[in-house]
Design a binder for this molecule. Structure first.
Ligand SMILES: Cc1cc2nc3c(=O)[nH]c(=O)nc-3n(C[C@H](O)[C@H](O)[C@H](O)COP(=O)(O)OP(=O)(O)OC[C@H]3O[C@@H](n4cnc5c(N)ncnc54)[C@H](O)[C@@H]3O)c2cc1C
Length: 654
């Protein structure tokens, strides 16, 4: 049957499948997919203009505003093809002669993520604000993983985070990173001021688990009695008052498993008695959390089934590939009687700030500091709502320029490395290739890209760079007509162990500057869904590779169908109708997501110590230095900042 979707479609567009109709697949929301290398856009209802098509300089259009784009974002079509053809060795076959822009800078930065922007900032601090800097970024927006998802509903703006969620950290921010955050006007300790805690608690929504029929025999939402860290880590995600009672009575797993969950989460027991703390840690770093639960805690197999994928949002792999020590440090249950501190969790709770668009506001604040005219305003709060003026990013009159949709394809010294006075950077933009020169270059892009664009680096360094791992992730942001279905089922976050997305969360209620979060269930709601496309049973590296391929080959249409289906199954007891209630979907795919650390389960040297591949990879070479969070093999914003600082020091110390 046709549901109450308000959009109009012609007969030719009608989707025949009746389940698709129920899900609302015929509704007019943006679907941007790639067919045979050509971007195809359909139903651009949420898209403000057609600036993507045609002109050579779309960024100069006053309508250019990527945060409002829906459909496939993150590594969006148009951003990665050049790099992939470099990888495949085909790029230079069809490349014409580069055009010399004649531009000469003090510094060219490759990569406009937090690390690249911070590098430009630190460089100007050292060299003065007249230093000329060009930042090249292959995406249509700056910020890298810090991605702003913006929606309009009626006359209101709603924000979501398409990537980096918050200022949070598994280890304390360095003095450098913390001072930069402060300098940008962010008082981390003031977060509570913006958090609408009262409205949140008064709504009575609690974390839930969605048990699915295929795995557990029945589709059922049950209170989650122990909320694992990850996803929404701030202390609002706590179990409801009756969570244990409900879980023990209602969870569709064996009675023994329910009891085991309670024992695991509530008992204070040392499962390695007789060992010193150091011996315990040594043992725990060599076994997976899954083995810890099975062999040391002795839980029923249903507990493993329940918690198998609980680690996806934090580690991007299941608990069979997470070391028990990492699990302990993150605050997973089972360790409270073992003397192993949950240090990582403690730091995350102590230093936390969530903007409605995540750390995209940090990127905007950095851009404001580099090019004031591009992000008007004076405070961190006003950067949340003040619109970025994209045409200002790349102006001849500005000492700092950010050039979007520009992929660096070659970085080399002009002449011999030892005596060179300049570096030449070649980049592809639209269908053309250009060169620009600078005294120095900082490569703040993904490490796997660097050997492809900087061939003159020593082979051992290129090998170390190429070995960098990136963990793939899908962050989908969905705008709902209202939050009433979540209200009726009494949920604010849902762990779906076997859903397409494993974590489904309503965003934290943060109102800041002119931005007002939804305060009542009747208002539109922003839902965040995350997926780690990993393949249990493989090494972490192989899981990452498989997941990356999956993300690159899944169309937005498939993602949309999965999102609609999943929300419908979880929320239909609350009256949810996907055809009526979904207003917009942005699927941020990150095939090259988190910078992966080293696993004590799979990376031999992680146990043995010695120089890490990331340390070999980030060595400066002549006038070229290397930044990015890959340089620290640590997927946090502070790492991207620290690595930028180090790279700038390396090229400015003489
Ligand atoms: C989904 C997700 C969620 C996260 N959540 C958090 C969080 O809550 N808190 C936290 O602290 N950290 C989080 N992180 C990690 C954090 O986002 C990163 O550590 C940090 O933003 C990385 O910044 P970066 O500049 O080093 O890299 P990136 O953000 O990846 O920026 C590098 C940029 O270089 C560009 N580039 C690559 N090659 C080229 C080329 N040849 N030419 C031009 N440009 C190029 C890339 O496209 C990219 O835009 C998250 C990461 C992901 C993926």
């Amino acid at each position: 049957m046709w549901r109450n979707c308000t959009c109009k479609i012609g007969p030719a567009e009608a989707i025949v499948n009746s389940r698709d109709r129920e899900l609302g697949m015929h509704c007019k929301i943006t679907r941007r997919d790639f067919l045979n290398g050509v971007a195809v856009t359909a139903g651009a209802a949420m898209m403000p203009t057609n600036w993507l098509a045609g002109t050579t300089d779309p960024e100069k259009s006053p309508d250019y505003y990527p945060p409002l784009l829906t459909g496939l974002r993150g590594s969006h079509p148009g951003s990665f093809e050049v790099a992939h053809s470099l990888r495949d060795g085909t790029f230079w076959d069809s490349a014409g002669k580069p055009e010399d822009t004649g531009e000469v800078y003090d510094l060219i930065v490759v990569g406009g993520g937090i690390s690249g922007l911070a590098a430009a900032h630190f460089y100007r601090k050292t060299k003065g604000e007249n230093a000329r800097v060009l930042i090249l970024e292959n995406h249509d927006d700056f910020g890298g993983h810090c991605k702003r998802n913006e929606f309009r509903a009626g006359n209101r703006t709603f924000l979501g985070y398409g990537g980096t969620y918050s200022i949070e950290t598994s280890s304390p921010y360095s003095a450098v990173a913390a001072s930069l955050i402060k300098e940008l006007g962010i008082e981390v300790s003031s977060f509570e001021k913006y958090l609408d805690r009262a409205s949140y608690t008064s709504m009575g929504r609690v974390p839930k688990i969605f048990f699915d029929k295929e795995t557990f025999g029945v589709d059922k939402l049950v209170d989650d009695p122990y909320v694992f860290p990850g996803g929404e880590t701030y202390d609002l995600a706590v179990a409801g008052p009756d969570a244990w009672k409900r879980f023990l009575a209602e969870a569709p797993i064996t009675e023994q498993a329910r009891k085991d969950v309670a024992r695991l989460c509530q008992e204070k027991k040392d499962y390695l008695p007789g060992l010193t703390l150091a011996q315990k840690k040594e043992r725990l770093e060599r076994i997976s959390y899954s083995r810890f639960l099975t062999e040391l805690v002795g839980v029923h197999a249903d507990v493993i089934r329940l918690y198998q994928n609980v680690s996806f949002s934090e580690f991007t792999v299941g608990i069979e590939a997470v070391s028990a020590l990492d699990a302990a440090e993150q605050g997973y249950p089972g360790f409270s009687g073992m003397g192993v501190e949950a240090d990582a969790l403690k730091y995350e709770r102590d230093y936390f700030f969530h903007f409605p668009d995540g750390n995209a506001t940090i990127a905007r604040l950095l851009v404001r500091e580099l090019i004031p005219a591009a992000v008007p305003g004076n405070t961190a709060a006003d950067a949340v709502t003040n619109k970025t003026i994209y045409p200002k990013l790349d102006e001849d009159s500005s000492p700092v320029r950010i050039r979007l949709n520009a992929t660096a394809v070659r970085v080399k010294h002009v002449g011999e490395v030892a005596s060179a006075k300049e570096v030449e950077v070649t980049y592809a933009r639209r269908d053309n290739i250009y060169t620009a020169k600078a005294k120095n270059a900082i490569l703040a892009c993904w490490h796997v890209v660097i050997p492809l664009i900087c061939e003159e680096l020593p082979d051992a360094q290129k090998e170390a760079l190429a070995s960098a791992q990136k963990a793939p992730l899908l962050y989908s942001t969905v705008l709902l007509r209202s939050g009433t279905a979540f209200q009726k089922v009494g949920a604010n976050s849902i762990y779906c162990p076997y859903g397409y997305h494993t974590h489904v969360d309503l965003d934290l209620p943060v109102s800041i500057g002119g931005y007002q979060c939804p305060r009542t269930p009747e208002e539109p709601a922003v839902v965040h869904m995350s997926k780690a496309p990993c393949k249990a049973g493989l090494s972490v590296r192989d899981q990452n590779t498989a997941g990356r391929i999956e993300l690159f080959t899944t169309t937005f249409e498939t993602m949309e169908r999965k999102i609609r289906e999943q929300l419908a199954r979880m929320l239909s007891p609350g009256g949810f109708d996907p055809a009526r209630d979904i207003l917009a979907i942005t699927a941020n795919r990150w095939p090259h997501g988190y910078a992966s650390g080293y696993s004590t389960l799979f990376d031999k040297f992680a146990l043995e110590g010695g120089e890490k591949p990331c340390e070999r990879a980030r060595k400066p070479y002549g006038r070229i230095a290397i930044a990015n969070s890959d340089a620290g093999a640590y997927a946090y914003t502070d790492c991207a900042i620290d690595q930028a600082y180090r790279a700038v020091r390396e090229i400015t110390k003489s």
